[in-house]
Design a binder for this molecule. Structure first.
Ligand SMILES: N[C@@H](CCC[C@H](N)C(=O)O)C(=O)O
Length: 285
């Protein structure tokens, strides 16, 4: 019989984008392998989740570090809904209603603030707009940006705008997000040869200059109810494309996020919920 261990976890969700949070503050390396994390994300045989997040100790002037594993076992650089959940998890562990943390991620320093009203506002840092750095091999404009570049997917013509929020995003403006066959086109965007690190794809319908609606196919997870980094990337892309203002409500399948790409410091700020769903001990084989 194979050895089993019991790992305490807390399940949090931000707009239905759900994560298994592990208190890893005593060790600098995640206590679960990528394979173990992926099996916990299984919705029939495990806890179920879009990813596993490890709350690790910080170093230098960082309060904590975050590592995240997608439900397929791959490791992304950042997760917007995930970092809101991690901030609320840390505040709950510390018995605080309100707290700000400097968190080291593979995408650099991210600063979430868990607020007294239950929402979390996150300083997501500046977007990366340089096409090759996103990374994408598509042609860029004179500013180095992949802006509404033609691409063929599933035999059809689309236009993508590429933005990195630490992790890569392709934003596609469409007239009606509800008319898309996401399970068919999503994986084809994700693995398109123009995106050497694969890609998260947000399909966006502009309702007005202050309100956009999106659906998402996430790298390493597929369809999710919400993507925080995706919401930030699509507001940046909408501003670049001249379609929206810097402050926008983004309606995702799981609810709304408030996003601002601030002119004064060039950073993106995201505000949204993060809530505890349940806690327990996971059996890891
Ligand atoms: N849901 C997340 C993004 C998680 C990472 C993504 N799947 C990737 O591989 O880059 C978010 O809220 O940002």
């Amino acid at each position: 019989m194979s050895a089993t261990k019991l790992v305490p976890f807390s399940k949090y969700q931000g707009l239905g984008n759900d994560f298994i949070l592990v208190d890893n503050r005593e060790e600098t390396e995640p206590m679960l392998t990528a394979e173990e994390s992926a099996s916990l994300c299984d919705r029939r045989y495990g806890i179920g989740g879009d990813g596993v997040i490890f709350a690790l100790p910080g170093s230098d002037e960082m309060d904590y570090s975050m590592r995240i594993i997608n439900s397929d076992g791959s490791e992304p650089e950042m997760c917007g809904n995930g970092i809101r959940c991690m901030a609320r998890f840390l505040a709950d562990l510390e018995g605080k209603k309100k707290a700000e943390y400097k968190i080291h991620t593979l995408a650099g320093t991210i600063i979430p603030m868990a607020r007294e009203d239950g929402l979390v506002t996150v300083d997501m840092g500046p977007p990366e707009l340089n096409g090759p750095k996103v990374p994408s091999t598509l042609p860029t404009n004179d500013d180095g940006v992949v802006l509404k570049e033609p691409i063929k997917v599933d035999g059809k013509d689309w236009e993508v705008t590429c933005v990195s929020m630490g992790n890569p995003h392709a934003v596609v403006f469409v007239p009606d997000v509800d008319a898309l066959d996401l399970p068919t086109i999503g994986p084809q965007f994700e693995t398109h040869p123009s995106f050497p690190a694969k890609i998260n794809t947000e399909f966006v319908q502009v309702l007005n200059r202050g309100h956009v609606k999106m659906v998402v196919w996430e790298r390493g997870c597929g369809i999710t109810q919400a993507c925080g980094t995706g919401a930030c990337a699509l507001v940046v892309a909408s501003v670049l494309a001249g379609l929206a203002d810097r402050k926008c409500t983004v309606t995702l399948p799981g609810g709304d996020l408030q996003i601002e790409w601030r002119e004064s410091d060039g950073k993106v700020y995201m505000t949204g919920p993060a809530e505890l769903a349940f806690q327990g001990d996971a059996v890891v084989r």
